[in-house]
Design a protein around this ligand. Structure first.
Ligand code: SF4
Ligand code: SF4
Length: 309
């Protein structure tokens, strides 16, 4: 039987391999949702017989919510209504699949952060529990348009990313205002390149991710849905999964072999942890979760990680 020492793995190497494996998914996400490609958005427009030229705003989930609050109607047979329904049903059944596989804007920060030394990065989740901030920002992002009548699209990383692809940033100086620059600075700078895992924006500021996480936290209670599962008896507390997680959703309980804790509210089901686990203690599938269902009222205790653990 292998000892814990023999089971130690080169997590960094595995992470690189897994990043490469996920790359085609994010390229697919770019082709599906962002203009000038927007294949998903165009497909929905075709189904609906809509002649408008779709872009990332065609699938914005805030617009049908604002309509619901302001006009009291939800038109499911619209590009927004259909996209929102698909997003929410998929989050209930398989978790935030969009975040973990298809969201190119989220992945950009994560991939760029690999270019920077770990010493220059901040692990925000060691100091603050992201879940309340995440849901608080989500509530503000959804409620603000209802109250102010403005969608505040300048604070959306998706819009910025699309303009990066189409050249809209450089051709439209007027739209490059202070709020857009602030968003880009937080998304790719402070919360991207200089954050452990590169997903600080996803963790704290993305309303699409927050909505999916909330639905996943409900769906994961059902036996037939897909979720991250944990088998404590197989866990050797090596912290490979903790290091691999770009969202800081996993923490060592105490560093004394008592396993790990998990916050479903900031997990994007990217499954980097499953690929980093040498014992198969973490997996993704249907059935019982194996984690505590306690809500994340405090930042999970995080024991210091040893290099090469
Ligand atoms: S816990 Fe696992 S699946 Fe969830 S975000 Fe972290 S690495 Fe990805
Ligand atoms: S679940 Fe995490 S801490 Fe436990 S054995 Fe797997 S990688 Fe190591």
């Amino acid at each position: 039987m292998n000892t814990a020492g023999e089971k130690k793995i080169n997590v960094r190497k595995q992470q690189k391999m897994y990043l490469l494996k996920r790359l085609p998914w994010y390229i697919l996400g770019c082709l599906l949702f962002y203009a000038p490609f927007a294949l998903f958005n165009k497909g929905i427009a075709w189904v609906l017989g809509d002649k408008a030229d779709p872009n990332i705003h065609s699938t914005c989930f805030r617009i049908p919510i604002v309509e619901l609050f302001t006009r009291g109607k939800f038109d499911i047979m619209s590009a927004w209504g259909l996209s929102l329904t698909i997003l929410f049903v998929s989050a209930l059944l398989v978790g935030p699949f969009f975040c973990g596989r298809l969201c190119t804007a989220g992945a950009l920060g994560e991939y760029m952060s690999r270019l920077v030394s770990d010493k220059a990065k901040i692990d925000w989740t060691r100091y603050v529990n992201p879940a309340p901030l995440r849901y608080g920002f989500f509530a503000g992002f959804v409620i603000a348009p209802v109250v102010t009548g403005a969608l505040n699209c300048a604070y959306c990383s998706y819009g910025f990313f699309e303009r990066m692809i189409t050249g809209g940033i450089w051709g439209d100086i007027g739209a490059l205002g202070s709020s857009t620059i602030l968003t880009a600075g937080l998304w790719l700078g402070l919360f991207g390149v200089f954050t452990k895992g590169g997903r600080g924006y996803c963790n704290f500021m993305c309303p699409v991710g927050a909505a999916q996480s909330f639905l996943h936290s409900i769906g994961a209670r059902l036996p037939f849905t897909y979720k991250l599962k944990y088998k404590k008896s197989a866990c050797i507390s090596c912290a490979g999964c903790v290091k691999a997680c770009p969202m800081g959703a996993l923490k060592l309980n105490d560093g004394k072999g008592n396993g790990i804790s998990y916050s479903i509210h900031n997990c994007i089901t990217c499954r980097q942890c499953t690929s980093a686990c040498p014992t198969g203690a973490i997996s993704y599938g249907t059935g019982e979760r194996g984690w505590s269902l306690a809500p994340p009222t405090a930042t999970p205790q995080s024991a210091p990680l040893k290099e090469g653990a």
